[in-house]
Design a protein around this ligand. Sequence first.
Ligand SMILES: N[C@@H](CCC(=O)N[C@@H](CS)C(=O)NCC(=O)O)C(=O)O
Length: 294
Amino acid sequence: MSKLQKYTPPVVWVWEKENGGKFAKINRPISGFTYEKNLPKGIHPFQLYSQGTPNGVKVTVMLEELLDLGIKEAEYDAWLIRIGKGDQFSSGFVDINPNSKIPSLTDNTNGTSVKVFESGSILLYLADKFKKFIPKSFEARTECLNWLFWQMASAPYLGGGFGHFYAYAPEKLEYPIDRFSMEVKRQLDVLDKLLSDKTFICNDEYTIADIAIWSWYGALVLGRLYGAEEFLDVKSYKNVLRWAKFINERPAVKRGRMVNKISGYPGSQLHERHDASDFQNKTQDKIENLIFKS
Ligand SMILES: N[C@@H](CCC(=O)N[C@@H](CS)C(=O)NCC(=O)O)C(=O)O
């Protein structure tokens, strides 16, 4: 089969509502809300509106890590935004994040409501606010932020590029799958070399860079993304795999992965989280992971 499917673009692109593919029903070329609805609000300082995707997991892992340090001020209510159903287009959600993407957070600690969106910005906000999971020295902080920004810039190649064309597009096309597989494997190689002599992304300190990168590339090498572990030969990135398994064992990571999760083993899905006790009877043990990888 030819690598290139012939397509002659029209002079002006026009939106054809149904182009097939998993997200055809929710994708639109215009921003803004499509219906009026306020968001629910709980009692805790932080209100999170999200779904348990890799970008969503970054924030719930971070909040659970802060709570594990005994920081009660990091208590949060997590509300489920079902992106497949278009919840991100409600007026309440768009008021917090005009870009209509999860995760979005409000911080109501001081009586005012600070709106925070973009998962990297949320991680940095929480790290700076509580002075945790970010190095103290300016130089080490810069290195940590290099990798946080690297993740924010690289993951769209993995998700929007590779994942979209390998798993979600209406047909398998060799050209885009080739292009994005090459880039994702290059990124994995960058990480594998980086982690060859380090425990964590920024030396010995577990930081928001690990949380951000693990949520995507950790999930990928642990076989939880796109069913692509064999195709991308993820086992060959031994240092990434070792690092991913190590972080996977953290209690906060195990809990954070369950929050706002709507796929996989039903006992591992905590659609909403309002209290630490909500995790009771929820589990993601090894046997379940063998059966349900997501
Ligand atoms: N750069 C953003 C990306 C967020 C993003 O793409 N979120 C996806 C889920 S992982 C989403 O909300 N998609 C819904 C949509 O595109 O309508 C971030 O890191 O927060």
